[in-house]
Design a binder for this molecule. Structure first.
Ligand SMILES: NC(=O)C1=CN([C@@H]2O[C@H](COP(=O)(O)OP(=O)(O)OC[C@H]3O[C@@H](n4cnc5c(N)ncnc54)[C@H](O)[C@@H]3O)[C@@H](O)[C@H]2O)C=CC1
Ligand SMILES: O=CCC(=O)O
Length: 501
């Protein structure tokens, strides 16, 4: 069980962590961290009602004051960064540096949102009618339900929460059933930040602990103004039609099947480092992780030889150890899916280095693997599925057009990258007929997004954008107002409508 004394500053106190039906295990060693009571339909319904009431109060608070709450939350995160990162590592298994990076990403989005709280501006538009003004304003939207995945147990919520809060919305967070402790900790820090701010209503933010059925309930409820859901494409396919059925709004951040193209002119050392981080960082459990490599025939052997050596030397182990680069998979099902993908590739003639389970004696209840490098034969030209594990599918290409076409030929469209020093190739990749992904990088890998740039993908990756640029608009409703300050009533487009009398 979780050491209560250690995580007390994050509000993780004893009784409520020991009595429920939802068992939370650490992927590091399979140990039981907590037992939480999942919420049922009735308590979720009550939480939604409280969220509506909180929204009605919060939307009246001036946006810069709403920003003050987010500023204080960022301060609380700075104070508890190491401890929250430790909890992230414990609950989802990412290495320490990546755990800290995730909390830093929360701080970054809060800073971004605080600035935004003074910039939620609309437009004034020239009217064609004399004595008329046209104005566009943005107003708070309502309760925002945030459904999150296990692999970014705090940052993805913060991408949504920080922006939604300054936009004047209330929050309902349904975290992954694998990482509810991180959610409870964030909720506690937000409550601490709100202490002393009397304009913050009770129920402004709530955590709904539970499984897919709670996400379904939020999707179906008309009081939820926006459903922002992050997770697998299967989850998006289950939830999006339910929201659409009630003509509601959704923002979807779903799976990826991201590729790196390595051209003959590439700086191979740079490409190597980016590919390795992309393929094995977070043990391959990142939506932006590198799943596919298209390498030009002229540099194929040189690059693959280096990749084989680096993959073989990667330190796999307890993510709390300073030298570990690859921590555990989240669980046994992830291991099974990875092995099934490897078996299929092997049957189709691939050369496979790595992929086997390691450390089973030391951690019999956990799932550590050596990252797998899969070199497909020419008869296999692509891989269509996202396998959420450290598994890199390698293909050779001869013409850039063909590499781009194959990169785009998958259902997903999240992140992509090219390594080249040829300006024409780089611009071709970024052009209208280049990468079809929401994220396209040149001489930088597929993962490692930063706050400020809008994050999200096309096609089965969901189409949503979060965490930067004008993503805030998704959390507000847009109003166009026409103001007539004349004493006439001209109609637009010169329409005449003059009833007698
Ligand atoms: N595009 C993005 O920003 C991100 C996407 N992801 C994707 O998330 C996946 C890995 O995370 P997991 O937690 O395994 O995803 P998951 O789809 O199993 O679960 C994500 C969330 O959705 C809920 N859920 C799952 N199936 C559902 C269903 N049928 N109906 C209603 N709710 C459902 C879960 O309870 C959880 O809260 C990968 O596909 C990854 O690419 C992860 C992080 C960021
Ligand atoms: O998992 C998704 C988020 C990221 O890759 O930065």
């Amino acid at each position: 069980m979780l050491s209560n004394a250690r995580f007390l500053p994050l509000g993780l106190d004893a009784p409520r962590l020991r009595e429920g039906a939802l068992a939370v295990h650490s992927p590091i060693d399979g140990s039981l961290l907590a037992r939480l009571a999942p919420q049922d339909g009735a308590t979720t319904d009550a939480a939604i009602a409280r969220s509506v009431a909180a929204f009605e109060a919060w939307r009246r608070v001036p946006a810069p004051r709403r920003g003050e709450l987010v500023r204080r939350f960022a301060q609380a995160l700075r104070e508890h960064k190491a401890l929250l990162a430790e909890l992230v590592t414990l609950e989802c298994g990412k290495i320490r540096s990546e755990g800290e990076g995730e909390v830093q990403e929360m701080i970054d989005i809060c800073d971004f949102a605080v600035g935004l709280s003074r910039q939620l501006h609309g437009l004034t538009i020239a009217s064609e009618r004399p004595g008329h003004a046209l104005r566009e304003s943005w107003h708070p939207l309502g309760p925002v339900a945030i459904v999150t995945a296990f692999n970014f147990p705090v940052a993805v919520w913060a991408w949504n929460a920080a922006i939604a809060l300054v936009c004047g919305d209330s929050l309902l967070w349904k975290p992954s059933e694998r990482t509810p402790l991180c959610a409870l900790a964030c909720q506690r820090l937000l409550e601490q930040a709100a202490a002393g701010m009397e304009e913050v209503p009770r129920g402004l933010s709530a955590v709904i602990v539970g499984g897919a059925e709670r996400a379904v309930q939020l999707a179906d409820d008309r009081r939820v103004a926006l459903l922002s859901a992050t997770g697998s494409c299967a989850m998006g396919r289950a939830l999006a039609p339910r929201v659409a059925q009630r003509l509601g709004r959704s923002l979807l951040e779903l799976g990826g099947n991201n590729a790196v193209i390595v051209a003959p002119s590439a700086d191979l050392e740079l490409a190597l480092r980016a590919i390795v981080f992309g393929a094995v960082g977070t043990a391959g459990q990142r939506c932006t992780g590198t799943r596919r490599l298209f390498v030009h025939a002229a540099v194929r052997e040189q690059l693959l030889e280096r990749l084989r050596a680096v993959f073989a030397g990667l330190v796999v182990g307890d993510p709390r150890a300073a030298d570990t680069l690859v921590g555990p998979l989240i669980g046994g099902e992830a291991f099974t899916r990875m092995q099934a993908a490897l078996a299929a590739a092997r049957a189709a003639g691939a050369r496979i280095d790595g992929g086997e389970r390691v450390l089973a004696e030391r951690f019999p209840a956990a799932w550590y693997v050596r990252p797998a490098l899969v070199e497909h034969p020419p008869s296999v030209t692509n891989s269509m599925e996202e396998v959420f594990a450290p598994l890199l599918n390698c293909f050779e290409y001869a013409e850039l057009e063909d590499a781009i076409a194959r990169q785009n030929a998958v259902p997903q469209g999240l992140s992509s990258a090219i390594f080249t020093t040829d300006l024409r190739e780089a611009e071709r990749f970024l052009s209208t007929t280049g990468s079809d992904c929401g994220i396209a990088n040149v001489n930088a890998g597929t993962s490692g997004a930063e706050i400020g740039g809008a994050f999200g993908g096309e096609k089965d990756s969901g189409g949503g954008r979060e965490a930067g640029a004008d993503a805030w608009r998704a959390y507000m409703r847009r109003m166009t107002a026409t103001i007539n300050y004349s004493d006439a009533l001209p109609l637009a487009q010169g329409v005449r409508f003059e009833p007698a009398g």
